[in-house]
Design a binder for this molecule. Structure first.
Ligand SMILES: C[S@@+](CC[C@H](N)C(=O)[O-])C[C@H]1O[C@@H](n2cnc3c(N)ncnc32)[C@H](O)[C@@H]1O
Length: 259
């Protein structure tokens, strides 16, 4: 189980602000609406919603990140309700929120069907969820897939299909049994670093998922070095700025409308 409180996820979150703003724009939040930031991390979406007048609850499996979100909100004069928990078993009554936001977060659930059911359960009638999810193509997604593959091989279990979130048709099917309708739009984010190696080193030092992978693969000699080499090759192949490193990562913004 990955501990997202490990490392310094905050550094990544700083690079996702534009996606948070795009999600909030799509959500068209009205002041006074009850909002759940599901998988709040260091609180980007929770804060953006509070600034727009939302009554915000921030939830994450990482107690450390929930505390970071809370402190950031306090520093701006907002009070968040907070909870440590996960998408598959939300500790809230049915119909508790007009809006659920999940910016690159519920996509990490190991049980997407259960998470989708929970999201719809906590939405008030006519409420909506706005979820962002990376496209499965592009240099960074490819590096992510190599990492996922390496961890799957290490576990020795049967190969698991990729999560549904990169495919709009699968996301529609995920929510359809709950009577919720899904629409999607596309957007993109740009990531920059001095080089592909530097981008990888940043993840290795600070990002909880990459740190988890390095520790897990240390039991198999050469596995981490091989993953690093293949990841950097994939990043280089998608590099848009020879002499430095720049890649554009596409993502979907899903809007899920409850009945
Ligand atoms: C890439 S971060 C995104 C954080 C934040 N939403 C942001 O925009 O910076 C992924 C977040 O999802 C959370 N997460 C992972 N698995 C989860 C689950 N099953 N349910 C809810 N959140 C989860 C992690 O703890 C982490 O904070």
């Amino acid at each position: 189980m990955i501990d997202w409180g490990d490392g310094t996820y905050e550094r990544t979150a700083e690079q996702l602000i534009d996606a948070t703003e795009a999600a909030l724009e799509r959500a068209a939040l009205r002041p006074g609406e009850r909002v759940l930031d599901l998988g709040c991390g260091s609180g980007n979406a929770a804060l953006a919603a509070a600034r727009r007048g939302g009554v915000v609850t921030a939830l994450d499996p990482s107690a450390r990140l929930v505390a970071v979100a809370e402190a950031r909100a306090r520093a701006e004069g907002f009070t968040l309700r907070t909870a440590v928990g996960a998408a598959e078993a939300l500790p809230f009554d049915g119909g508790a929120f007009e809006l659920v936001l999940s910016v690159f977060a519920v996509i990490f659930s190991d049980a997407p069907e259960r998470a989708a059911a929970e999201i719809v359960r906590v939405l008030a009638p006519g409420g909506r969820a706005v979820i962002t999810a990376w496209h499965p193509t592009g240099a960074i997604s490819e590096a992510g897939m190599l990492l996922r593959q390496a961890l799957m091989e290490l576990s020795g279990g049967p190969p698991r299909p990729p999560p549904p979130w990169g495919d709009p048709a699968q996301v529609v099917a995920l929510f359809a049994p709950h009577g919720a309708r899904v629409t999607s739009t596309d957007s993109s984010l740009r990531f920059e670093a001095p080089s592909a190696e530097a981008w990888f080193a940043e993840q290795q030092d600070h990002h909880p998922v990459w740190r988890f992978a390095e520790r897990a693969l240390s039991s198999r000699p050469g596995a981490w070095a091989s993953l690093r080499e293949r990841s950097i090759a994939a990043l280089e192949a998608g590099n848009e700025a020879p002499g430095a490193f720049r890649v554009t990562s596409g993502y979907s913004i899903y809007e899920v409308r409850a009945r």
